[in-house]
Ligand binder design. Structure first.
Ligand code: PMP
Length: 292
């Protein structure tokens, strides 16, 4: 990934892609004082950019450090980067971490760095997966209780279980993992939130130990507009037997149908397809009216 042409925004300036390096004694690398975002560019415009920039600032605060840039300044930097990289359909990865000024576990006194990189859109799954659906394997790793990890932050620390879970799922021939939470209830996938369709209504777990995704909130708002009932509640895995459909939501996944979880299979193309079309319409309208 490091041997590419182009530029990366690093601490307030564009640097050549290959020169955007950090020191091995960076605090963020040792103690996970590192937070990030995942954003999607449609036709040159980042969808929900300000919400992502704000979440990056909030994630850092959850981990006890403050970014040296405001969300509005990060918006401006991101737009300048997308223009400089001549990107139309792309992925944006902002990242903030504590630097080398201390090796104490406390990041106090460490300089906070911010980088933003963007590259042409890479599919999370094969392009046909959005129509056919993906297969999930239930992971043996669980989402931690909120008093044992900074679960509201989109931070490196909480991705260790996701990285383990997705590797195990892929080794077993699945596309992604389904994580249960510390109580054994349904939680989310490794990079997306979870929805079940039961009797024509949406049911989604309460985001009390995982990210309340921006896409999740967009889809819940769309359901309200379309007259589809939404129940946010604790959901046991056994309830998957009652689900007529399952889908995932995330910046990269959009609205992604699930065709199997372990041995259970689900039809694809009902409400999930309706909500994907609506999501695409929402994106197109936002793109058409956005600042560039
Ligand atoms: N959960 C996890 C673990 C994620 O990585 C993501 C992607 N950021 C989401 C949920 C969905 O969040 P969003 O809709 O804001 O992309």
């Amino acid at each position: 990934f490091d041997e590419r042409d182009g530029v990366i925004w690093l601490d307030g300036a564009f640097v050549p892609w290959r020169a955007a390096r950090l020191h091995v004694l960076s605090h963020g690398l040792h103690y996970a004082t590192s937070v990030f975002e995942g954003e999607r560019v449609y036709d040159g415009v980042v969808f929900k950019l300000h919400a992502h920039s704000e979440r990056l600032c909030a994630s850092a605060r959850e981990l006890g450090f403050e970014l040296p840039w405001s969300a509005t300044e990060l918006d401006r930097a991101t737009r300048a980067l997308v223009r400089a990289q001549h990107l139309r359909d792309a992925y944006v990865r902002p990242l903030a971490w504590c630097g080398t000024e201390t090796m104490s576990v406390s990041p106090r006194g460490a300089r906070v760095h911010v980088a933003i990189a963007a590259w042409p859109w890479p599919h999370v799954f094969a392009p046909e997966a959005q129509l056919r659906g993906v297969r999930l394997a239930t992971a043996r790793w669980r989402r931690p209780p909120p008093d044992t990890a900074p679960v509201r932050a989109k931070g490196a620390a909480t991705y260790a279980t996701g990285a383990l879970a997705r590797q195990a799922a892929e080794r077993a021939g699945y596309d992604d993992a389904l994580l249960l939470d510390h109580r054994g209830l349904l939680a989310e996938a490794t990079g997306a939130n979870l929805f079940l369709v039961i009797d024509g209504a949406l049911h989604t777990p309460v985001p009390d130990c995982f990210l309340d995704g921006i896409t999740r909130r967009t889809v819940i708002a769309a359901a309200g507009r379309l007259g589809i009932r939404v129940h946010e509640r604790p959901i046991a895995p056994a309830e998957l037997d009652r689900a007529s459909e399952v889908f995932l939501t995330g910046t990269a996944y959009e609205v992604q149908p699930v065709r199997a979880i372990d041995d259970r299979t689900f039809p694809v193309g009902g409400l999930g397809a309706t909500l994907l079309r609506d999501y695409r319409d929402t994106v197109a309208a936002a793109t058409a009216s956005a600042d560039r």
